[in-house]
Design a binder for this molecule. Structure first.
Ligand code: AMP
Ligand code: ZN
Length: 120
């Protein structure tokens, strides 16, 4: 179901432009508007889920399709050899800003430590 106030639902609907790199019947991949790495692509389910927790529990098959699209984009972008990072920021502690589930596909250079600081 589309959520009219949701930025990424509006991208799916074609109401807001995006640089789409791959589309399937159920998923969309487009370049992040503020890239944090040489390759920074967002991969989303077209259907609205607020975050990866609701997506993963609500429709595990669709979550798998998001992963399959992310893998295909990683291959297209030449990331399979040197590797990449796939990340779902979730909720306040995860730093999520857009509440439509999305994977960040990051690569094209060494990405550094997993977290900016050591929380342990
Ligand atoms: P998050 O903090 O995980 O919710 O990530 C949201 C991401 O969406 C950020 O990396 C933003 O740069 C990105 N973003 C925001 N607006 C747009 C847009 N119109 N097109 C592409 N990416 C966007
Ligand atoms: Zn949405």
């Amino acid at each position: 179901m589309s959520t009219p106030d949701c930025l990424f639902c509006r991208i799916v609907a074609g109401e807001i432009p995006a640089t789409v790199v791959r589309e399937t019947p159920t998923t969309l991949a487009f370049r992040d508007i503020s890239p944090k790495a040489p390759v920074h692509v967002l991969v989303i389910p077209k259907e609205h889920y607020a975050d990866v927790a609701t997506l993963g529990q609500g429709d595990p098959a669709l979550a798998g399709e998001v992963l399959a699209t992310a893998a295909a984009v990683a291959e297209d972008e030449g990331l399979l050899g040197d590797g990449f990072r796939l990340m779902f920021n979730t909720g306040a502690y995860g730093g999520q800003e857009v509440f439509h589930a999305h994977a960040h596909l990051l690569g094209g250079a060494p990405l550094g430590p997993m977290l900016a600081r050591d929380l342990a």
